[in-house]
Design a protein around this ligand. Structure first.
Ligand code: IMO
Ligand code: MG
Length: 423
């Protein structure tokens, strides 16, 4: 196994990244989050107990790993502290976590503006997680954001007061909302600054030293490639870069330093929020996937939209990430189907497409072209090796490899650590 491995989502998020990260993190010295924020929802099951992580890297469940929240993350202090407290209440030590001093901070006005902007979009809403992600990245790009290092500096109070005054103008005058109480917000965030200070570092130096000294470093993706601001299904995307390139900027390392890029993909497709989804199943088949796969959001509790495996998406995301291997998740969810479809191309107005178009109008007009594979109709949740998999399931995996042009290196047949087939 390579020493530096990135795990990225190959679809629209929720692919099961947490499980593979946890699997790889058992041998890792360091686990790094580099973009996104508390919009992520990674669930990891260890000895029957489910842990839900949003902002803290999944490596926290391995007592030996150092966990880094990189500069590209938008950092939500109360979400972080609540997660930390809850992990410790569960007996997790969580004592090796470091936050980049360059990370931007999510404030209450970001969350409020997220909600107000979504309401204003009406029928065109994005379906965000309302965690303030977009508005926080907007401030960063506008060069008016407040970073962790600013939060720990003398001028923090004045800086925050200035930002709240400016945001209250927008909240009140543009949206007709209730202004925030500046004194209350300042007092709350000054208290957070005190609690956070011991965790803050120039984390780029730590990541660089770990790689240079031959440590095993895992880069933990959040969200999915189709939610990438540049390369995803814009505008129904998040405001960051969940693709492998996001790790270089978001962790502060050179682009060539990650050797292996594992793309996590479900054996089918899900999506939360709005936007076209070519292989979506609006019938009983979709309901069966949702129930068997427990497809409800970890972060928002929303039922996820479900559909067949979209190979056009997966081939595209393999290309934009430079994926070196796939992890095919939740294969056991398909145990009960007589026949299973894999989409390998789209068709629009009589034209065959083998790539994902930029224009969402065009995507909306696309119909999936399927290859149908016979179902295996057997419970595979206890299978631990490739040879034990039913021939039909092997055929399914091989078809995914053929469509995406990338080898499947991991197959998951259940939530437990032991329910993982390594090839
Ligand atoms: P994990 O790490 C699934 C989606 C939201 C919405 C869009 C924009 O669990 O895979 P945002 O709040 O980021 O501005 O919302 O992106 N989204 C996710 N969907 N899994 C995630 O993370 C997601 N993070 C954001 O549903 O459609
Ligand atoms: Mg999620």
């Amino acid at each position: 196994m390579a020493k530096t491995i990135a795990v990225i989502g190959s679809q629209w998020g929720d692919e099961g990244k947490g499980k593979i990260i946890d699997y790889l993190a058992t041998g890792a010295d360091m686990v790094v989050r580099a973009q996104g924020g508390a919009n992520a929802g990674h669930s990891v099951v260890i000895e029957g107990k489910r842990y839900s992580l949003h902002l803290i890297p999944s490596g926290v469940l391995n007592d030996n790993a150092v966990n880094i929240i990189g500069n590209g993350v938008v950092f939500d202090p109360p979400a972080f502290l609540a997660e930390l407290d809850s992990l410790r209440a569960d007996g997790v030590a969580a004592d090796k976590i470091y936050i980049s001093d360059r990370a931007h901070v999510v404030f209450p006005y970001h969350k409020l503006l997220d909600k107000l902007a979504e309401e204003a979009r009406g029928a065109n809403s994005i379906g965000t997680t309302l965690k303030g992600i977009g508005p926080c990245y907007m401030d960063k790009v506008e060069r008016s954001g407040i970073r962790i290092c600013d939060m720990l500096s003398a001028g923090f109070k004045e800086k925050l007061a200035g930002r709240i005054a400016a945001k209250n103008e927008i909240i009140v005058k543009l949206y007709g909302g209730e202004p925030l109480d500046a004194d209350a917000v300042i007092a709350e965030y000054e208290a957070y600054a005190g609690r956070l200070a011991p965790y803050v570092r120039d984390t780029g130096i730590m990541v660089d030293e770990a790689i240079s000294s031959g440590k095993t470093v895992l880069f933990e993706g959040a969200q999915g490639s189709m939610l990438d601001l540049d390369l995803g299904s814009y505008p129904y995307v998040t405001s960051s870069h969940p693709v492998s390139g996001g790790f270089a900027v978001g962790a502060g390392i050179g682009e060539g330093r990650i050797e292996e890029i594992i793309g996590i993909t479900k054996a089918y497709t899900t999506r939360v929020g709005e936007g076209p989804m070519v292989t979506e199943l609006l019938d009983g088949m979709g309901d069966l996937i949702r129930e068997r796969g427990h497809e409800y959001g970890v972060t928002t509790g929303r039922p996820r939209r479900c559909g067949w495996f979209d190979g056009v998406v997966c081939r595209y995301t393999a290309r934009i990430n430079g994926t070196t291997g796939l992890a095919l998740m939740l294969l056991d969810v398909l145990d009960e189907f007589d026949e299973i479809n894999l989409c390998y191309a789209y068709e629009a107005d009589g034209e065959r497409l083998d790539y994902y178009p930029a224009s969402l109008e065009k995507v909306s007009a696309c119909r999936p072209v399927y290859k149908t594979i016979r179902g295996w109709k057997r419970d595979i949740s206890a299978v631990t090796s490739w040879d034990e998999l039913p021939a039909e399931a092997q055929a399914y995996v091989s078809e995914v490899e053929k469509i995406c042009g990338v080898p499947v290196k991991f197959i998951s047949v259940g939530p437990g650590r032991e329910q993982t087939i390594v090839r």
